[in-house]
Design a protein around this ligand. Structure first.
Ligand SMILES: Cc1cc2nc3c(=O)[nH]c(=O)nc-3n(C[C@H](O)[C@H](O)[C@H](O)COP(=O)(O)OP(=O)(O)OC[C@H]3O[C@@H](n4cnc5c(N)ncnc54)[C@H](O)[C@@H]3O)c2cc1C
Length: 297
């Protein structure tokens, strides 16, 4: 199918983009990479009367790495962020997550901020932003505001963004010292949407044992939710055998709701939550141990 007719706008600056968005209001949609919006329009599941293409707006394609965070502009493609060595060094979880986002051609065009604004529970980067307790900066003709993930995601494909707001950047805070991270998922093919994915962070104490364990999920649970699994694995060492990590998977299973669809039954998804959570936490703990070892060396 072809999209319903729409008016195409191509602003050349942020103020111009914000004015167009204000003028068209709820009839408009921002167009970034188009990798989610255009398929929806082609299937006529979305029919915005105005498309505001921000690809010609300058200064939105920067990645800024500071002591505290990585700030990702609205036009940074998934592939560019994945290749960004300073961003990956500051927050390895960015590259770990991006490696699972779609296939190379889609990563070359799709933007990380677009993925967050789209709020698909099957997207990896919303789950990464959630685990890191990040924010987005939303601009409109009324000014700019920072929105934390807990206030951003309202449900599947639903955010607290106003129709006239442009997300100019997403900010991913650096995890605390001694933290390791991992992303594990099962997909029919690598790069397809995950049947279930787990984004995990583990902080070790001075003795090298788990002090804190947390996870967010892809295609499971509510967008914007982090579950604290520390009670199940506190004091466990990175090289402890699988049974020692299984309790965290069982705890996650009790905390995360899953649905059935054509790809998986509820039982299969719950099994994936249990197994992948335990493995992801152990992998994150090993990464933390390696990082502490490197720092000490
Ligand atoms: C076959 C296929 C497989 C895919 N697999 C995966 C996958 O495994 N994991 C995954 O995470 N993603 C996957 N994707 C989606 C991909 O990551 C998209 O690129 C991403 O979700 C949206 O980014 P975009 O820049 O293309 O946004 P667009 O498609 O341009 O926009 C998506 C939505 O976000 C809004 N939006 C975009 N940018 C802004 C902004 N700056 N401010 C306000 N609103 C904005 C748009 O108005 C629209 O509603 C897949 C896509 C395809 C086609």
């Amino acid at each position: 199918m072809k999209p319903a007719p729409f008016t195409y706008h191509r602003p050349r600056s942020v103020p111009e983009a914000l004015q167009v968005l204000a003028d068209v209001g709820a009839d408009g949609k921002v167009l970034a990479g188009g990798q989610s919006l255009l398929p929806l329009m082609s299937m006529r599941l979305a029919s915005p009367a105005h498309l505001v293409d921000v690809n010609e707006v300058p200064d939105l394609a920067d990645v800024t790495v500071t002591d505290d965070a990585v700030r990702v502009g609205a036009l940074v493609r998934h592939a560019a962020l994945e290749r960004h060595d300073a961003a990956a060094a500051a927050i390895p979880l960015l590259r770990q997550g991006l490696r699972h986002v779609a296939h190379a051609t889609i990563r070359n065009r799709g933007t990380t901020v677009g993925s967050i604004a789209h709020a698909d529970p099957s997207g990896e980067m919303p789950a990464v932003l959630t685990l890191l307790d990040g924010t987005v900066t939303a601009a409109s003709v009324r000014g700019e505001r920072e929105i934390g993930v807990r206030d951003l995601f309202l449900g599947a494909l639903e955010t607290s963004l106003e129709p006239d707001e442009l997300v100019v950047a997403a900010t991913f805070p650096r995890p605390a010292a001694g933290t390791g991270t991992a992303v594990l998922e099962v997909a029919r093919r690598h790069g397809d949407y995950a049947v279930v994915g787990v984004v995990a962070a583990v902080r070790l104490d001075d003795a090298g044992a788990v002090a804190q364990a947390r996870a967010s999920f892809v295609t499971a649970g509510e967008l914007g939710t982090v579950v604290d699994l520390t009670d199940a694995v506190r004091g466990v060492h990175p090289d402890a055998p699988p049974p020692d990590w299984a309790a965290a998977g069982d705890l996650a299973d009790g905390l995360v709701d899953v649905d059935a669809d054509i790809h998986a039954t509820v039982e299969y998804r719950r099994q994936l939550v249990r197994v992948l959570t335990a493995r992801a936490l152990q992998q994150a703990a090993r990464e933390a141990a390696d990082a502490i070892g490197r720092d000490a060396a």
